[in-house]
Write a protein that binds this ligand. Structure first.
Ligand code: CMC
Length: 392
């Protein structure tokens, strides 16, 4: 059996080799397939980045058009699936609805389940990307008890997602271009982040040769935990609490620095980024653009900026290398767009879907892949005789 060492949280264990995403936490670098995240966020589109992550290269104009067209044509879900989505109780947690829905999709497309047939995997990829968009808007509608809308093939991925989420049935709806652009950018920023908790989950489920739907549905469940996908929601509650207590950022920061029980500056710090999170700067810019365009109440943004300003000049945060992470400003943007806080993590899942799919596909094609099966160090009782029930 050899020497087995315990590595809690797999902090020192590389589970695979990967060519998809590169992170240098000390220098604040994030690249997808070699391309810098800020360049992709400012120049690319979400589906183009999805193509890049999954296929390994940027598409040509013809390839991109064909990919967009194929995804677009599959956004409609089966009528029985719509009925199924409508049966969740009002107030059901959106992440539970979302993972159930993606898992249930596999039952509607039995022809797309073989993990080793190239064309079948391609079909499952397109179906999942297309229908996750529809499902995420249905998750929002279901939570509100609102009627579910049909996709409009003439619109782009993000634009039609917003229409299906927010439009009033039978009324014209034109999403603000600033909002479309900002959401597209946020989805790009969330599209992959190498071997984090949910991605590792997708890989380990897939390593048993479970199909793509089962694997990414497991990823959604991993993401639902507050230590992973839930921080954006926590930032918003923190800002709202500061506002409700009179808006004194300095007072709150004193409580953070005194390490008062349960008081942390949410949206700050990162396990990997010890310089800055390159996604945070892009998100901050977007927050300003969206809130200005929507004329949204930005008292919470003011509080957030005050907190950041204090932190960046305070020794407590400097010495611990604590900087804003991607989640510090995302909640404010989603809120301004009209999403409830419970939708923030489903939006994260919508953005992360291409990354999960790319990582699953890479693993399936890697000859070095073995079923995920960690070892343990047993610390229980040594052998002892069984005591009959009536003698206990
Ligand atoms: N506010 C105040 N103090 C902090 C914070 C914070 N947000 N983060 C870390 N510290 C302090 C911590 O108390 C410790 O101090 P000391 O050395 O005196 O004990 C020191 O900084 C190191 O912290 P750590 O907990 O050992 O660092 P970690 O790498 O284990 O944790 C983290 C990383 C992200 C969990 C943590 O920084 C945190 O809880 N941040 C707030 C939650 C958050 O924003 N999470 C989103 C992460 S990005 C999205 C994602 O990955 O899903």
């Amino acid at each position: 059996t050899g020497l087995v060492t315990v590595d809690p949280g797999f902090m020192n264990t590389a589970s695979c080799e990967s060519k998809i995403t590169y992170i240098d936490g000390d220098q604040g670098i994030l690249r997808y397939r070699g391309y810098a995240i800020d360049e992709l966020a400012s120049r690319s589109s979400f589906l183009e980045v999805a193509y890049l992550l999954i296929k390994g290269e940027l598409p040509t104009p013809t390839e991109l058009e064909a990919f967009e067209e194929r995804v677009n044509r599959h956004t409609l879900v089966h009528e029985d699936f719509r009925t199924f989505m409508g049966t969740f109780p009002r107030g059901a947690h959106p992440m539970a609805v979302m993972s159930s829905a993606i898992n249930a999709l596999s039952t509607f497309y039995p022809e797309s389940l073989d993990p080793f047939d190239e064309e079948t995997v391609e079909l499952a990829t397109v179906l999942i990307l297309a229908k996750t968009r529809t499902i995420t808007s249905y998750v929002h509608r279901t939570a509100k008890g609102e009627p579910l809308l049909y996709p409009d093939y003439s619109r782009g991925y993000v634009e039609d997602f917003l229409r299906m989420t927010f439009a009033v049935p039978y009324q014209q709806y034109e999403p603000d271009p600033v909002v479309v652009e900002a959401l597209d950018k946020l989805l790009i920023l969330h599209a992959d982040h190498e071997q984090n908790c949910s991605t590792s989950t997708v890989r380990i489920v897939g390593s048993s040769h479970a199909n793509l739907y089962a694997s990414v549905a497991a990823g959604i469940n991993a993401l639902s935990g507050p230590l992973h996908g839930g921080a954006n929601e926590a930032v918003l509650s923190m800002l709202a609490e500061i506002q409700a207590n009179g808006g004194d950022a300095t007072d709150f920061m004193t409580r953070v620095k005194n390490k008062e029980q349960g008081v942390r500056l949410m949206g700050f710090g990162h396990r990997v980024y010890k310089n800055y999170d390159p996604r945070a700067a892009i998100v901050k810019e977007s927050a300003h653009a969206v809130l200005t365009a929507l004329g949204a109440n930005d008292e919470l943004l003011d509080i957030a900026m005050k907190l950041e300003e204090i932190a960046l000049h305070d020794d407590y945060f400097i010495s611990r290398k604590l900087y804003p992470n991607v989640d510090f400003y995302t909640g404010l943007i989603y809120k301004a767009m009209g999403f409830d806080p419970s939708m923030f993590t489903p939006l994260f899942a919508l953005g992360r879907m291409p990354g999960w799919i790319a990582q699953w596909r890479e693993m399936m094609l890697d000859p070095a892949t073995k079923i995920g099966r960690p070892r343990q160090v047993y610390t229980g009782a040594t052998e002892r005789p069984y005591t009959p029930l009536d003698e206990r």
